[in-house]
Design a binder for this molecule. Structure first.
Ligand code: MG
Length: 251
């Protein structure tokens, strides 16, 4: 079934996605707590790869359009799509980990920004606001709401706190593909777009910048950084819309 191109998942599919989400969370939790200053982003990716192997699932990112890692690792001014490599993370850095897996043919996608050691209070506030904006967005993922209610909730919360939302990259439907319809911007007016229905599965992922919302792509053709070099944070959950409200699958 579909609703304006958005695939509605059956209860059986949701069960598989629920398991996929549970596995992904049990990969991200130890990965996140293993992060320490002195590790390279390649070390972090190898750890993620080991966890993926241990859970007998498949990386959703490795080989996707030629991406070399299982994790997108974006440090400080990095917004998304950072390639794991020799960069050493150090005390005071923030590290965004974006990771996806495939379990029984279904995708799950999540992201978290982690503080290394002691970070500046304003950077901590960026992390807190970004995480809370994701919760605000998810809260709007309810039967009968419109898609842009999610977008509006994220943007208004972020801007109220003096930060900006990235426009160049958006959330997405997810299921048998990593990126399905619809695109889910983190900005926009309320009350627009498709009506939300039970069985829709979304990856909602605010990317929030301390300064300008503008981004640029580095010469590696992957790494997205803020145009002004100021920090950026990223939190993402895969969720399903149920008759009782949004259910976070990646927690
Ligand atoms: Mg995603």
């Amino acid at each position: 079934m579909s609703s304006r191109g958005i695939r509605i998942k059956s209860t059986n599919e949701v069960d598989i996605l629920r398991k996929a989400g549970k596995i992904l969370s049990s990969i991200v939790a130890p990965l996140q707590s293993s992060l320490t200053s002195g590790m390279s982003t390649k070390d972090i990716d190898l750890k993620a790869e080991e966890l993926i192997r241990r859970h007998k699932v498949v990386s959703a990112f490795k080989g996707y359009r030629g991406f070399p890692g299982v994790t997108c690792i974006s440090v400080n001014e990095g917004v998304v799509h950072g390639i794991p490599g020799p960069r050493i993370v150090k005390d005071g850095d923030i590290v965004s980990l974006d990771i996806g897996i495939i379990y029984e043919g279904y995708y799950s996608d999540t992201a978290v920004t982690v503080a290394i050691g002691n970070i500046a209070p304003e950077v901590q506030r960026l992390l807190d606001v970004t995480k809370a904006s994701l919760a605000r967005g998810i809260e709007q993922a309810r039967v009968g709401n419109r898609l842009s209610d999610i977008s509006f909730a994220v943007q208004s919360f972020v801007e109220m706190h003096g930060f900006s939302v990235v426009r160049d990259f958006v959330g997405h439907g997810i299921g048998q593909k990593l990126h399905e319809d619809p695109e889910i911007p983190n900005y926009g007016r309320a009350g627009e777009g498709p009506v939300l229905k039970e069985g829709m599965v979304f990856a909602i992922e605010p990317m929030v910048n301390m300064g300008t919302h503008r981004t640029r792509i580095l010469s590696d053709k992957w790494t997205v950084v803020t145009e002004d070099g100021k920090p950026s944070a990223h939190f993402e959950h895969t969720i399903v819309i149920t008759s009782k409200g949004p259910e976070i699958l990646t927690m």
